[in-house]
Design a binder for this molecule. Structure first.
Ligand code: FAD
Ligand code: NAD
Length: 468
């Protein structure tokens, strides 16, 4: 039996980053992945392919809607769905090869097969041809990720009623896409098809889009996505869906119990994701998953209830984000090496890659109110920024929440051009416990979108934003 210091199960951003950090620290590492390619949800059916399609659809949208305004006349562009999907597949396989290279470079032994516990120290791998092999690890890291949540009364046939995985490889642009759930996936993939010309209807249980973010963000995002011609059925609970030929019917109830029926040609179900431990045989290691499918871990070390077994990423509590999984992968490697690493979960940014982008870090206004923390608020609209007016990207605002007494920045919420990049400045500032005035007094290059953050900090500090 081959023996390793650490066996990592799952090659998503949690697993493969953990394996590399472990190798850097001098451990003999194996990684087990059930699919033929590495990279997990993030690379194969998540972050990367969705961003590839967001970028392609944005180019198309601009070619149709904004080129003329910029003085660029072209004949009417057409969507070539086959090429768009082919390009996306190329982006993914390029990065698949990148991870395979990194495994080799770091001398990590890679196994392709379904990993399941044989005991608390051994993992059995069943390969695609049915053969199996058992390997031993002094430590084992579970990084098996998540899968889409399915509602029992919605028959996902993966043809007409689809999940994000199928939405990333469509053969045609839907005429009318019904999106159940206006959370992050709904907003991003709904945007892709709305830009490509689909009518998109969002059916959402909460009273706003991206409801877990600061309320002001969902409100602004809805205004922008409505400009693409989308419909919103907010505060609507989906009660059923059916397919007849090429037609999908979705039924939902509003808060008063009134039923609506929406007909389209495709329905995307994106109502959240659940931790994935199927086939892992947790019982053989003395582990169980909780009622939500998560593996319980120690808050500081991410060790499970069984010594030497750790769990990270989507399969444990917390935000289901690639960069959160990566930080946890690094933390576990360093814990195994006897170090004392730390993750500041409050400062893990959340980003929605729509256009305008939405990005957030720290506390929302709702959270501060609920916790009874006295705060000041400063906002600045992108439409008052020179850079936004120059590019034509005038939707959105930057909002800064600071402690009423100390002026320490407690939360930053931005919807606007390149918010995904601007939020990094807020993360750095908050990590160093900057006050709003600290950021307001730092020079920000002009003209840039980052000036929106400086202006919002000026507004939070003393209501003295210069340009609004
Ligand atoms: P995963 O990436 O899910 O990887 C788990 C791996 O384990 C998989 O490869 C799986 O095959 C393997 N595995 C499972 N069980 C076994 C087993 N028994 N044996 C062997 N292998 C096994 N997050 C962001 O931060 N930014 C984004 O822009 C973003 N966009 C997204 C877009 C979409 C459409 C989706 C669906 C998700 C997106 N996410 C995004 C979320 C992100 O993909 C996840 O948070 C991230 O992939 C979690 O990483 P992980 O390593 O925990 O698990
Ligand atoms: P989500 O939790 O973001 O949104 C799901 C939405 O579905 C919620 O707004 C919820 O109220 C709604 N919903 C639930 N049940 C419903 C019902 N019966 N009827 C109507 N609406 C209902 O989940 P998601 O969009 O599926 O994304 C899953 C995970 O993937 C998220 O946790 C997210 O962190 C991650 N992800 C991240 C990114 C990113 O970072 N840019 C992109 C995509 C996905």
């Amino acid at each position: 039996m081959q023996e390793f210091d650490v066996v990592v199960i799952g090659s998503g951003p949690g697993g493969y980053v953990s394996a590399i950090r472990l190798a850097q620290l001098g451990f003999k590492v194996a990684i087990v992945e059930k699919y033929a390619v590495m990279g997990g949800t993030c690379l194969n059916v998540g972050c990367i392919p969705s961003k590839a399609l967001l970028d392609s659809s944005e180019h198309y949208h601009n070619a149709v809607h904004t080129f003329q305004d910029h003085g660029i006349d072209i004949s009417k562009p057409k969507v070539n769905m086959d090429q768009m999907i082919k390009r996306k597949a190329g982006v993914v396989s390029n990065l698949n090869a990148g991870i395979a290279y990194l495994m080799k470079k770091n001398k990590i032994t890679t196994f392709h097969g379904l990993g399941s516990f044989d005991s608390a120290k051994t993992v059995k791998m069943t390969k695609e041809d049915g053969s199996s092999e058992v390997i031993a690890g002094k430590n084992i890291v579970i990084a098996t990720g998540s899968k889409p949540t399915i509602l029992p009364f919605i028959p996902v046939d993966k043809e007409r009623i689809i999940t994000s995985t199928e939405a990333l490889k469509m053969k045609e642009v839907p005429k009318h896409l019904i999106v159940i759930g206006a959370g992050v996936i709904g907003a991003e993939l709904g945007s892709v098809y709305a830009r490509l010309g689909s009518k998109v209807s969002f059916v959402e249980f909460a009273d706003s889009m991206i409801a877990t973010m600061d309320k002001s963000m969902g409100k602004e995002l809805q205004k922008s996505i409505a400009k693409l011609g989308a419909d919103f059925y907010l505060s609507h609970k989906v009660t059923g869906a059916s397919v007849k030929g090429k037609e999908v019917t979705v039924k939902a109830q509003d808060a008063s119990g009134k039923e609506v029926e929406i007909k389209g040609d495709y329905c995307l179900v994106c109502i959240g994701r659940r931790p994935y431990t199927d086939g892992l045989n947790l019982a053989a290691a003395g582990l169980t998953a909780d009622e939500r499918g998560r593996i319980a871990v120690d808050e500081h070390t991410l060790q499970t209830s069984v010594p030497g077994i750790y769990a990270i990423g989507d399969v444990v509590r917390g935000a289901m984000l690639a960069h959160k999984a990566e930080e946890e992968g690094t933390l576990v490697a360093e814990v195994i090496a006897g170090q004392k690493p730390h993750i500041n979960y409050n400062l893990i940014p959340g980003v929605v890659y729509t256009w305008p982008e939405v990005a957030s870090v720290g506390k929302t206004e709702q959270e501060l109110k609920a916790a009874g923390i006295a705060y000041k608020e400063g906002s600045f609209p992108f439409k008052a920024l020179g850079r936004s007016i120059a590019s034509g990207d005038v939707d959105g605002l930057a909002k800064v929440l600071a402690d009423a007494t100390t002026d320490e920045i407690l939360g930053v919420h931005i919807i606007g051009a390149r918010a995904a990049d601007i939020i990094a400045e807020a993360v750095v500032a908050m990590e160093y416990r900057a006050s709003a005035e600290d950021v307001a007094r730092m020079s920000h290059a002009h003209p840039t979108y980052t000036e929106a953050l400086k202006e919002a900090c000026l507004a939070a500090t003393a209501k003295r934003s210069i340009h609004s």
